[in-house]
Ligand binder design. Structure first.
Ligand SMILES: CC(C)(COP(=O)(O)OP(=O)(O)OC[C@H]1O[C@@H](n2cnc3c(N)ncnc32)[C@H](O)[C@@H]1OP(=O)(O)O)[C@@H](O)C(=O)NCCC(=O)NCCSC(=O)CCO
Length: 259
């Protein structure tokens, strides 16, 4: 399928989704948002794909929602605009396959919110992250108020939202907002290494981990723990469990099929 505002490519079991409006720092206009949704949906239903990597072309990962679209938005359309953006982020978070945001530069506003919807964030040393919506007289509308708070805690999240300051990748790493930081020359290689490692694990187990962590974090501890043990029982019915245990006992590398 051809896209105008993103590039997609497959590399073995890895799928790359590259935001491609570099002259606008990959700002999310409605077209890009819909293409992003469609591309993730395609990769999610492609049995060959095990891990999805999202990144940006040029000097930005993504500088957020396209501000030029704000001037003509009525309040009702602004609500619809935020709702659609949030639905796309929710969808990305909800898919069963692991997702990695490879933050190659600015990840601001909706751009950071996109990265927050991914499972893992890796960044280049030059990357800057922030929620600068406050400088426009608004606040984050694509899930940032909730997802950032759950990841870095209330105090740091409020500070980032209230100041709108951009933070360097190394600081973001200290706050737990990004998992790892690399010199930009190594970012792609290191991201690929991480994605390949994850792609060799059982897709069923990965999918259950996502579901239980994502649902569990918004539930009571008891409910989360209960989901964990119920899922644990379920996973014993899979071929991948048989394969993993057999491979261990026979001292060989497992070959997981996702069944
Ligand atoms: C990211 C900044 C700091 C980069 O600054 P600089 O390097 O000086 O580059 P610019 O000249 O500003 O940008 C190049 C080009 O991209 C356009 N652009 C950048 N960001 C956006 C955007 N979010 N929407 C639309 N267009 C954007 C910029 O206008 C330039 O276009 P020209 O045609 O060449 O003029 C800086 O760009 C910046 O601060 N950007 C805005 C970041 C922001 O406020 N994001 C939040 C948006 S609201 C949101 O996401 C709601 C969802 O919660």
């Amino acid at each position: 399928m051809e896209f105008e505002t993103i590039e997609v490519k497959k590399e073995g079991t890895l799928a790359w989704l590259i935001l491609n409006r570099p002259d606008k720092l990959n700002a999310l206009n409605l077209k890009l948002l819909e293409e992003l949704y469609q591309a993730v949906k395609n990769f999610d239903s492609d049995n060959d794909v095990r891990v999805i990597i999202i990144t940006g072309k040029g000097k930005a990962f993504c500088a957020g929602a396209d501000i030029t679209q704000f001037t003509e938005l009525t309040p009702v359309n602004a609500w619809k605009f935020a709702k659609r953006g949030r639905e796309v982020m929710d969808f990305i978070e909800s898919i069963g396959k692991p997702t990695i945001a490879m933050i190659n530069g600015y990840a601001l506003g909706g751009g950071l919110e996109l990265a927050l919807a991914c499972d893992i964030r890796v960044a280049s040393e030059e990357a800057q992250l922030g929620l600068p919506e406050i400088n426009l007289g608004i606040y984050p509308g694509y899930g940032g108020t909730q997802r950032l708070t759950r990841i870095v805690g209330k105090g740091k999240a409020l500070e980032m939202m209230m100041t709108g300051d951009r933070i360097p990748a190394r600081d973001a790493e200290r706050y737990g907002l990004v998992n790892s930081v690399y010199p930009s020359a190594d970012l792609e290689k290191e991201t690929r290494k991480l994605a390949e490692k994850i792609s060799e694990k059982s897709p069923v187990a990965l999918s259950l981990i996502k579901e239980i962590v994502n649902r569990g974090i918004d539930s009571s501890l008891l409910t989360g723990l209960s989901m964990e043990s119920l899922g644990w029982g379920t996973i014993f019915s899979t071929e991948d469990k048989k394969e993993g245990v057999d491979a261990f006992l026979k001292k060989r590398k497992p070959n997981f099929k996702g069944i």
